[in-house]
Design a protein. Sequence first.
Length: 364
Amino acid sequence: MTNTVGTAGLGRLSGRDDVRAAARDAMAAALAAFEPDAPVLVVSHFDADGLSAAAILIRALRQAGREADAFVVAKAESPWDPEVAARIATRAPGGLIVADLGTRPDPVLPGRPTLVIDHHVPTGEPKGAVTISGNGLDPEPTTALLAWWAAGALGDQADLLWLAAVGLIGDMAEGLDFPEMAEAQARWGKTALRDATALVNAPRRTAAADASPALRLLLKSDGPKRITKGEDADASALHAAKAEVRAAMEVVKRVPPAIGGDVALIVLDSPCQIHPLIAQQWRGRLKDKVVIAANVGYRPGWVHFAARSASGRDLIAFLAEHRPANADGRYGNGHAQATGGALRNADWNGFVRGLGFPKAEVEA
Ligand SMILES: [Mn+2]
């Protein structure tokens, strides 16, 4: 069954209520296809948006009497990696929800009923899945807000709205015109929501990238203050993660960009996922450049990089033009203004030679 409510479906709807109703209907259709007596497995990204989406879905499903569990991808993992998909399969889910991990044509577990919830630029229409894609909507919802809309199929989710706000803030969509954001700010407080988001986003940037304390807090908390003011081991882990990331940023903040044509390249060497933060910082200072922050220390044998631009240029198209032959599904996905990738060292060397930065080659 293919039932896409997304780039084609949602995007054509003009009224906001229609978009919300479409997300609820898609969720109901997906759940109807799931095996009723086996657990629902929510596979999600490990950032604030992905984790909040997972927490919303799991809490709403459990509240409705369904068994539901999480599978959060780890550092440098993708559920489309065969070994990761094999680990997902051992959980024997009756249905799979793939949240904030991209919208791809190939299924994670072929033949298993699947719901895709996502807002990145699709690379195809998921085969045999129900899809809720926010990509192309104006304003564009993040995965957590889409999940909250979808969870409306399971009953009233007013108490979980703060989680949708955490996802919006985490993906820098706080300023978009969503009435849900204003409602969450009024009920739980702007500062508490922002501080909780910063904490929830910290563990995935650390060298170990263990997002499980963040997810546990999102699953059990009644609001952001439980996270910001918490003193248990999970809350302490988030504060320690934030300190680790701050120290790693301190080390690399003076690394100067190399400029070549319309590209600015900053090469870092850190086990922490700080390259997106550095790209974001330089984006504001080099407004006419394609800013690429690359990290040669994130994962042995690979170079991970983040690309940002303030010029409005389509970076997914830019990366497609420079795509190395061996690049896999990690390369050049995401959003037109915020993308990136991961390349094996030898492929990275070809990529930077092509961009005119031979000095940025690494030992292959
Ligand atoms: Mn997201």
